[in-house]
Design a protein around this ligand. Structure first.
Ligand SMILES: Nc1ncnc2c1ncn2[C@@H]1O[C@H](COP(=O)(O)OP(=O)(O)O)[C@@H](O)[C@H]1O
Ligand SMILES: [Mg+2]
Length: 400
């Protein structure tokens, strides 16, 4: 008994059985430590990777922004001419990471800020063809949808419609037809409507370019787009190129402080040069519209650019009656609607306002659970719309 207990508490170091089991024990421990080591090692690798990622991210965040530019010409496999969006054309070197075969004229590229070398190829903003196709519209407006403006319609017929429909007339007489017209007048007087109506009546392709969109949507590409649009108009002729909100690109600028201003300026220069190089005998006509002829760059108004400058006035009483009739013709009117009185009440309102009044009077009828519109609806609508015009703030909260 005594011997046994002694053996248990203090094993015989020379006992082979004990040594074997001890060796097994140590082996297990070694294996366990090995696994632990592997785990720690893999954890170390993971952390190392994370450190690397964070370093890259940090590098990326610290790196200066890249400039954007367009390839003008690839000179050899080390250098190219680029048009930077901030200014002049530059001869720059091409980074070795860039696949030179993908560099074509007008490819968008990223430029290093200090050296301007090409470091990356950027995807095009959108397929340029799709961009242009979106500009083609098929207006349904007719001359009969325009209230008043008889003299202006007549002038448009002579300057836009006739040269497109009967070019031989001008040839026979031996004069150049006008290249383009500029419509100007207060907002909502029907300039866009008129341009659409001309396009509809001549069955010409109607390409509508909106000045403010050109500036906002196609940043850095305005000048190129203008050039391409004129080309596109020629390809799709007979066509009418309508430049709406011309003031957004064509206004006079006193100082060109920001690169945005310079960019707009370049777009304007391109537009002027397109207008100058334009063949008046071709079957593309330019119609432009602006609410602010007073702020247009005088260069825009120089002869040879827009041959006719047509003022679109606010509607007089007779025209307002016309416009009321046009916009209420599809409405279900009951009882006597006193148009003479409505005209008196709407002195100084535009065609667009009158259209709003007609829509709003329909809303008053709906609110009164009627399926027809009565005179009072019109007078209520006039009060509402003229109230809104006086306090713009009210128009935000007070509308429906
Ligand atoms: N003379 C008019 N005759 C009929 N409707 C008009 C007239 N003027 C404006 N409108 C209506 O107002 C809407 C907006 O006019 P719009 O042609 O866009 O004005 P502008 O381009 O001069 O700012 C038109 O779609 C049309 O419904
Ligand atoms: Mg308009």
């Amino acid at each position: 008994m005594l011997k046994l207990s002694k053996e248990r508490s203090e094993p015989d170091q020379n006992d082979p059985a004990y040594l074997i089991s001890y060796a097994h024990h140590l082996e297990r421990q070694a294996r366990q430590l090995e696994t632990e080591k592997q785990m720690v090692e893999s954890e170390r690798l993971r952390l190392q990777r994370e450190v690397n990622n964070l370093k890259v991210e940090l590098e990326r965040l610290r790196s200066p922004p890249l400039f954007m530019g367009y390839i003008v010409e690839v000179l050899d496999n080390k250098s190219a001419v680029v048009r930077s969006t901030t200014g002049p054309n530059l001869v720059v070197s091409i980074s070795r990471q860039v696949d030179i075969n993908e560099l074509k004229p007008d490819t968008r590229v990223a430029l290093n800020q200090r050296t301007f070398s090409i470091v990356n190829i950027l995807p095009p903003t959108q397929d340029p063809m799709v961009q242009k196709m979106e500009l083609i519209e098929k207006p349904t407006e007719k001359y009969t949808d325009v209230g008043g403006l008889e003299a202006q319609i007549q002038e448009l017929k002579e300057t836009v419609e006739l040269p497109l429909l009967k070019p031989e007339l001008f040839e026979k007489i031996g004069i150049d037809p006008p290249k383009g017209v500029l419509l100007h007048g207060a907002p909502g007087t029907g300039k866009t409507l008129l341009a659409k109506a001309v396009a509809h009546e001549t069955h010409a392709a109607f390409i509508r370019l909106i000045g403010s969109e050109l500036v906002q949507k196609f940043i850095g590409e305005g000048a190129r787009l203008v050039r391409e649009i004129f080309e596109f108009a020629r390809e799709n002729s007979p066509s009418i190129l309508f430049i709406d909100e011309l003031d957004a690109i064509g206004s006079r600028r006193l100082d060109l402080a920001t690169s945005g201003d310079r960019e707009v300026q370049r777009t304007l220069m391109q537009l002027l040069s397109e207008l100058d190089g334009f063949n008046p005998r071709g079957d593309v006509k330019v119609v432009a519209a602006t609410n602010r002829i007073d702020i247009l760059d005088p260069a825009m108004l120089r002869p040879g650019r827009f041959d006719r400058i047509i003022e679109i006035p606010m509607p007089n009483a007779e025209s307002r009656l016309d416009i009321f009739k046009i916009h209420s013709s599809g409405m279900n009117l009951k009882g006597d609607v006193d148009f003479d009185y409505l005209i008196q009440m709407t002195d100084g309102t535009s065609g667009a306002d009158i259209k709003n009044i007609c829509t709003e009077s329909g809303m008053f009828a709906i609110r009164s659970n009627r399926d027809h519109v009565i005179n009072d609806d019109f007078t209520d609508a006039i009060k509402k719309i003229s109230g809104e015009k006086e306090t713009t703030a009210a128009s935000i909260t007070g509308f429906i």
